[in-house]
Design a protein around this ligand. Sequence first.
Ligand SMILES: [Zn+2]
Length: 238
Amino acid sequence: MFQRSWARPASAVALLALVLLASACLVEPSGDPGAPPEVSPGSTVPGEQEDGTMSIDEFQRDVQGAVEVAEAYWEERVEGFRPIRRVIAYQRDGEVECGGQPLTRNNAAYCSGGDFIAYDVNWAVSAFRQIGDAFVFYLLGHEYAHGIQVRLGIQYRFTIQQELQADCMAGAYMGDSVRAKALRLDDGDIDELQQGLLAVGDDPGQPWFESGAHGTAEQRADSFFSGYQKSLDTCSLG
Ligand SMILES: [Zn+2]
């Protein structure tokens, strides 16, 4: 019902690595949770279309598709499942807050207080255009996994454990969805994803790279592909 042919432009590897490691995170609200802000999902995607193959429409369809596949996936596996409330696109620093903590550009997050996913739409569209829709499915899968962790009451002491488990869960959701034919990958897409994750390990001095918080490139790749290949059994969901 939901098929994808994933584009693989030449510049994908480096940017994908950057994107995956810059993308966070489970944001714990520090104050009152509050309601998510009134921003329509994907309603304000800026910029001109730069090529004929990856349009804004396609990006928005992929965001929607990734959320739908994730919902269907977790609904089958989590008792009493309820979908994450909203997926919010933002453009400016602080436009969206999570419990009083402003979300910054070039990032994405799940906010447990308001039960929403929010992402910088300029950053996401740019990555989408250069990498293809694999990025969208990974990004939404990772953030959705944080929502599932909250639903399952999983709370690790260290951020890195929470992040690596989310990577594993994102891998399981993608791998299982491919095996169930809810998603389709082209030959080589997964190899490229792996290379992209590992490539960043060669350049850990980048300012956005916080190995202590999110895991090294190798750790993240290991977690993602372990989940991708072996499903949730390897993700220590308990
Ligand atoms: Zn995360």
